[in-house]
Design a protein around this ligand. Structure first.
Ligand code: NZQ
Ligand code: ZN
Length: 390
C-alpha cells in the first residue's frame, strides 16, 4: 500500500425530502448571492425546480439563474456563466442536476476569480488557485462529481473533452435524495451505473500491490450496483434500490477507494475522446471501451482479473487454466452491460472506423504521452483497443 492523504470534505445530506433543506445549507455557507445552475429542463418537468426555489426563498436567499447545461457540458455556456457571475456579484453556485451541471458549475466557480480564459485549466496551462463555492442537489447517480475534485468540459472548438482536478473544487455540500432519481429513463439509469462501475474498476485495476482492504471495498461497491440495477429497471420507484445505487455512486468517486493505490484511468481517457466527438453518454462510451481495454491488458496481471471474476462475478475458479477464469469475468461484465441495455460496441453507438486514428492521436497528444498505469498505453495501443471495441 502507498502512503496517502485523504480528505473528502463534501458534506453529504442523504435521504427523502432533503432537497427542501437546500436553502438552509446555503445559508450556513454565508452566501449573499447565488447562481442557480441547471440543465435542459428535467428539474422543471418533475417539480424539483419549484421545491428548490421555495427553499431558497424560505431562507431569504437572493439568487439568479442560468439553465441550459447540455450533457457533455460546453465551455461556451461556462464563459457565459462567468460573465454573469462577475456582473451580478455571485458568491455561491448551486448546481441542480447531474455530472454535466455540476461540472459546469465547478468550471464557472474557478473561472470567475481567474484573469485568463477558463479553458486554460483544462489544457494544463493554469491550475485553479481559488473558486466560488459550489453546492449540489444531485438528480442522477453517475459521474460522482458531487463529491469529486474534478470537472470535465467540452470545447466546441475542435471538440476536445478535457478534465481538471483540484481539491478546492470539491463541492461544499451534496444533497442526495434517491426519490429524485425515480424519473430517470432506463437508458440514463444504466449509463449512470456504467460510469459508477467504471470509477471503481479504474481504481481496482492498479499496479499497486497489497491493497486488500480497498480491493474489498471496490468489490462490494461493484456487487451493490450489479445487484440493484436490474431492480430499478424493473421498479423505477424502488427507494431502497435507488438509494443503494446513489450512495455507491458517490463513494465510487470521492477517492476513498483510491486510498493507498494508483488508479488506471486509460478507459476514461479513451472514452472522453468518444463522447467529445460523438456526443454520446459518457457511461455508454465506457461500457464499450472497458471490456476492450480489459482484453487488451489483462496479461499484465492476470491474477487480478481472476480475482475480479471470482469475487465480483462468482465465476468458478479454473485451477488448471486460470486464464479461462480471467476471461470469463470480462465476459460476465460484457453480458451484464448487454442485459441491462447498454451498448457493448462502437457499432452499437453508431460509430464506424473512420475517426479511430484521430481519437487515438488526441488521446495521446500525438503519441507524445501515454495513458493508463496498469499498462501504459501509447497511440498504437489506444488504436488497437478502439479497433477491438468496434
Ligand atoms: O439536462 P436535463 O434536462 O436535466 O436532463 C439530464 C440529461 O439529459 C437527464 N437527467 C438528469 N437527472 C434526471 C434526468 N432525467 C430525468 N430525471 C432525472 N432525475 O440525464 C441526462 C444526463 O445528465 P448528465 O448530467 O449529463 O449525466 P451524468 O451525471 O452522467 O454526467 C455526465 C458528465 O459528467 C462527466 C462526464 O464526462 C459527462 O460529461 N464526468 C464527470 C466527472 C467528475 N466531474 O468527477 C467524472 C466522470 O468520470 C465523468 O467524466
Ligand atoms: Zn466517469
Amino acid at each position: 500500500m502507498n502512503n496517502f492523504e485523504f480528505l473528502s470534505p463534501t458534506k453529504i445530506v442523504f435521504g427523502k425530502g432533503t432537497e427542501n433543506r437546500v436553502g438552509q445549507e446555503i445559508k450556513k455557507c454565508q452566501a449573499e448571492k447565488v447562481l442557480l445552475h441547471y440543465g435542459g429542463g428535467s428539474i422543471k418537468r418533475f417539480g424539483l425546480y419549484d421545491r428548490v426555489v421555495a427553499s431558497l426563498k424560505e431562507s431569504d436567499i437572493d439568487f439568479i439563474e442560468l439553465g441550459g447545461v447540455k450533457p457533455n457540458p460546453r465551455v461556451s455556456l461556462v464563459r457565459e456563466g462567468i460573465k454573469l457571475c462577475r456582473e451580478r456579484g455571485v458568491d455561491f453556485i448551486l448546481a441542480v442536476g447531474g455530472g454535466s451541471v455540476i461540472d459546469s458549475a465547478k468550471a464557472i466557480g474557478i473561472g470567475v476569480p481567474y484573469d485568463g480564459d477558463v479553458w486554460d485549466f483544462y489544457t494544463g496551462k493554469a491550475e485553479p488557485q481559488e473558486t466560488i463555492p459550489v453546492g449540489v442537489v444531485l438528480t442522477i447517480p453517475a459521474a460522482g462529481s458531487e463529491a469529486s475534485p474534478g470537472s470535465v468540459l467540452t470545447n466546441e472548438d475542435g471538440w476536445y473533452k478535457r478534465a481538471v482536478n483540484a481539491e478546492i473544487m470539491r463541492p461544499r455540500f451534496a444533497i442526495l435524495n434517491p426519490e429524485l432519481t425515480f424519473t430517470l429513463p432506463p437508458y440514463q439509469t444504466v449509463c449512470g451505473a456504467s460510469d459508477i462501475m467504471a470509477h471503481v474498476m479504474e481504481r481496482y485495476f492498479t499496479p499497486t500491490r497489497h491493497v486488500d482492504f480497498t480491493d474489498r471495498l471496490c468489490e462490494s461497491t461493484l456487487k451493490t450496483v450489479i445487484k440493484n440495477v436490474p431492480v430499478v429497471l424493473d421498479q423505477p420507484d424502488n427507494y431502497d434500490a435507488r438509494a443503494e445505487i446513489m450512495w455507491a455512486g458517490t463513494i465510487a468517486h470521492n477517492d476513498l477507494l483510491s486510498t493507498g493505490r494508483v488508479g488506471d484511468w486509460a478507459s476514461h481517457d479513451i472514452e472522453h475522446e468518444i463522447s467529445g466527438i460523438y456526443d454520446v453518454a459518457h457511461g455508454a462510451g465506457l461500457a464499450v471501451v472497458f471490456p476492450a481495454w480489459m482484453k487488451y491488458v489483462y496479461r499484465e496481471n492476470r491474477d487480478k482479473f481472476v480475482q475480479f471474476a471470482v469475487r465480483v462475478w462468482n465465476v468458478d475458479m479454473d485451477f488448471e487454466d486460470p486464464e479461462r477464469t480471467a476471461l470469463a469475468g470480462i465476459d460476465q461484465l460484457k453480458r451484464f452491460y448487454k442485459n441491462v441495455g447498454l451498448p457493448t460496441s462502437l457499432k452499437d453507438l453508431g460509430i464506424s472506423d473512420d475517426r479511430l486514428e484521430e481519437m487515438a492521436d488526441k488521446c495521446t497528444a500525438g503519441d507524445t504521452k501515454t495513458v493508463g498505469n496498469f499498462k501504459r498505453l501509447g497511440k498504437q495501443d489506444v488504436l488497437n483497443i478502439l479497433k477491438m471495441a468496434l
